[in-house]
Design a binder for this molecule. Structure first.
Ligand SMILES: *[C@@H]1O[C@H](CO)[C@@H](O)[C@H](O)[C@H]1NC(C)=O
Length: 300
């Protein structure tokens, strides 16, 4: 009993303040999986930069199709060579990094045709990537933390809400994320259509893509971006909203903003929103060479 209670109390108070602060800081999220030269998922987690990583993409699903994962040059899911990722997933989890399966993406063959189609996609994802069981889990036995909806093409906007609800029915503790483009509302995720994904209050995180969309991305100043930010944060009060940006000028067709500009002209304004959640960078591959995440991390 070396320490008296006042000093123990002081240490406890300091610790809880530190923990509260860590929790209040914005999170950094990124996408891993679309470039075979970006290094392992373990290396992304060990960088210490990211709180959430989206494994991308499940680029074929719905309309009765057998879902297919695409991890570019990393491994071949169909040949069963991605099961080694279970070791990476376990390492990432031990480092406190949350991992989501990102469904959709900019290329692929996906969509939803009905609520029952949505329910069967949810069951497939649950059994093959989350807490369920299957004899053919593409990433092996390790369990991911949730699902990211990066829906950029295809039909079925009215059924993505059913998909989110069906996933939540399997487990209330999974993490649900969504990556709408910045024009509000998003053409595929809403929230302007009954049944759309974002019409539900089921999402924990919404990383809005402020790129490839000149009307709502950073232009000669932050005004267009901030106007869109206000629409998203007001419309989705129950979700944490994150600023989605390209990690380098090569990572998107348009919308690249220098890290120093984001730190001085964007973050101070958006951090005033009560549901500000941090930033998302596309993608780990580009962030590795640009050092973008490292440059903004302490300002989040
Ligand atoms: C929802 O908004 C998107 C984007 O503006 C649009 O493409 C879509 O047609 C809208 N859907 C409905 C049902 O209003």
């Amino acid at each position: 009993m070396a320490s008296s209670w006042p000093s123990r109390f002081a240490v406890g108070l300091l610790l809880s303040l530190l923990i509260c602060n860590a929790d209040a800081a914005g999170k950094l999220a990124t996408y891993w999986g679309q470039n075979g030269n970006e290094g392992s998922l373990t290396s992304a987690c060990q960088s210490g930069l990211y709180n959430i990583i989206m494994i991308s993409f499940l680029s074929v699903f719905g309309n009765g199709q057998t879902p297919q994962l695409n991890l570019a040059g990393h491994c071949n899911p169909a040949a069963g060579t991605c099961t080694g990722l279970s070791q990476d997933i376990t390492t990432c989890k031990s480092l406190g990094v949350k991992l989501l399966l990102s469904i959709g993406g900019g290329a692929g063959s996906y969509g939803l045709s009905s609520t029952s189609d949505a329910a069967s996609v949810a069951t497939y994802i649950w059994n093959n990537y989350l807490g369920g069981t299957s004899t053919s889990r593409p990433l092996g036995s390790a369990v991911l933390d949730g699902v990211d909806f990066d829906i950029e093409l295809g039909s079925g906007a009215a059924y993505y809400g059913s998909l989110a609800a069906a996933l939540r029915q399997h487990s209330s503790s999974i993490i649900l994320g969504a990556a709408p483009q910045c024009p509000f509302p998003d053409a595929h995720l809403g929230p302007n259509l009954s049944g759309s994904a974002l019409s539900s209050n089921l999402f924990n995180y919404v990383w809005v893509q402020f790129y490839n969309n000149p009307p709502c991305q950073y232009g000669s100043d932050a005004s267009n971006l901030l106007a869109a930010w206000k629409q998203w944060t007001s419309a989705l009060p129950s979700a944490k909203i994150l600023l989605g940006l390209p990690a380098s000028s090569a990572a998107a067709g348009s919308g690249y903003v220098a890290p120093s500009t984001v730190v001085s002209n964007v973050l101070p304004q958006i951090k005033a929103s009560s549901n500000y959640g941090g930033a998302m960078l596309y993608s780990y591959y580009y962030d590795q060479s640009s050092g973008y995440g490292a440059a903004i991390k302490s300002s989040l």
